[in-house]
Design a protein around this ligand. Structure first.
Ligand code: PRP
Ligand code: ADE
Length: 174
């Protein structure tokens, strides 16, 4: 079962980046290329039957699996980046994190209106990041088709914040 194997290699770092947060560190997973490949295949399997045109991944950890998944499924990849990093004209959204505050941006011409977008990130915590990403997608006329995460922190109960954009929420590790 890929979930059990992933749980074995993802490590908990208590009190990072601040007291009270248990940080889920995926860097050891990146040392296991076969397991990464299995994770990508598991995403592909769980996404079967869900229609989408492009994958938008969120800087920076959302780029790791998001781009691999896009290549695997032969879909275009859209980078959603932290403020001030994208060179062309952007749309932008600010949001709160489990720790701190941030702004993310996307190129205004990232995809044509009507495009169905899978939003990918490594981890769902409060949902602030992917709600902001969803607003960016809708600002330029796209539709959120689904979400994919390596990890969901289910105890924070944030999946409910996403269902107004899409009911399809996939996580490999709960
Ligand atoms: C982390 C993580 C998600 C987000 C989840 O990103 O990669 O993007 O927090 O938290 P939320 O559900 O409460 O919004 P972070 O901003 O730490 O950036 P990084 O990926 O560059 O490390
Ligand atoms: N992003 C937000 N909360 C996180 C956590 N607990 N571990 C890793 N990344 C996070």
């Amino acid at each position: 079962m890929v979930e059990e194997q992933l749980k074995e290699v993802i490590r908990d770092i208590p009190d990072f980046p601040e007291p009270g947060i248990v940080f889920k560190d995926i860097t050891p997973l990146l040392q296991h290329p076969e397991l990464v490949q299995q994770a990508i295949e598991e995403f592909a399997q769980q996404l079967e039957g869900i229609s989408f045109d492009v994958i938008a991944g969120i800087e920076s950890r959302g780029f790791l699996f998001g781009f691999l998944l896009a290549q695997h499924l032969k879909k275009p990849f859209i980078p959603i980046r932290k403020q001030g990093k994208l060179p062309y004209t952007t749309v932008s959204e600010s949001y709160k994190l489990e720790y701190g505050q941030a702004t993310i941006e996307m190129h205004e011409d990232a995809f044509p209106a009507g495009t169905k977008v899978l939003i990918h990130d490594d981890l769902l915590a409060t949902g602030g990041t992917v709600v902001a990403a969803s607003k960016l997608i809708e600002k330029v006329g796209g539709h959120v088709a689904a979400y994919s995460f390596v990890i969901s922190l289910d105890f924070l109960q944030s999946a409910g914040r996403l269902t107004r954009f899409s009911e399809h929420i996939i996580s490999l590790v709960h």
